[in-house]
Design a binder for this molecule. Structure first.
Ligand code: ATP
Ligand code: MN
Length: 143
């Protein structure tokens, strides 16, 4: 049923926890996982006004993300999934929804919270927006 998963990660504890659940879905028939990290374009803009330095920062962040996603790819491939890794620069929730349109996953997996992980929040803003607007079912792993 959930043959293709879109897994969005910000490398937070909760989104890393979601990985264990994805691995369990191999035996339930999931074949493919698209792993997505979005470098927040608003953060890049805030960080640096200088266009050239901003470009350097973006390259750096992509390189970091790629490196951090390598063990994730290996871990998933080990279990027998076909894995692709995507790193994009955009507004995270918008980009997750755009990639959903492109990849047409049968399930989106994400954490209830991410890097901010505010105690009083029921859901982070990214998971709330994706949950609200996605077409695919969403599996939200709680912290
Ligand atoms: P907020 O960002 O609203 O301050 P938060 O950081 O606690 O709150 P979210 O950002 O909504 O919570 O994170 C929830 C889940 O969304 C994460 O566990 C992850 O699966 C996904 N996510 C968040 N940011 C990104 C990102 N930049 N790229 C890919 N997935 C992300
Ligand atoms: Mn966040």
């Amino acid at each position: 049923m959930f043959w293709k998963i879109l897994y969005a990660t910000d490398f937070s504890e909760v989104s890393t926890k979601a990985l264990d659940y994805i691995k369990e879905l191999r035996s339930a028939g999931t074949e493919e996982v698209v792993v997505l990290h979005v470098v927040d374009s608003r953060y890049l803009e805030y960080l640096l006004y200088d266009a050239k330095r901003s470009l350097d920062a973006e390259t750096d962040m992509h390189r970091h993300a790629r490196a951090a996603l390598e063990p994730v790819r290996d871990e998933l491939a080990q279990v027998g999934f076909r894995v692709s890794v995507r790193v994009e620069t955009a507004v995270p929730f918008l980009e997750i929804l755009r990639i959903e349109e492109e990849e047409k996953p049968s399930l989106i997996v994400m954490g209830s919270h991410g890097k901010s992980n505010i105690k009083e929040m029921l859901l982070g803003s990214v998971s709330a927006e994706v949950l609200r607007k996605s077409l695919a079912p969403v599996l939200i792993i709680k912290r």
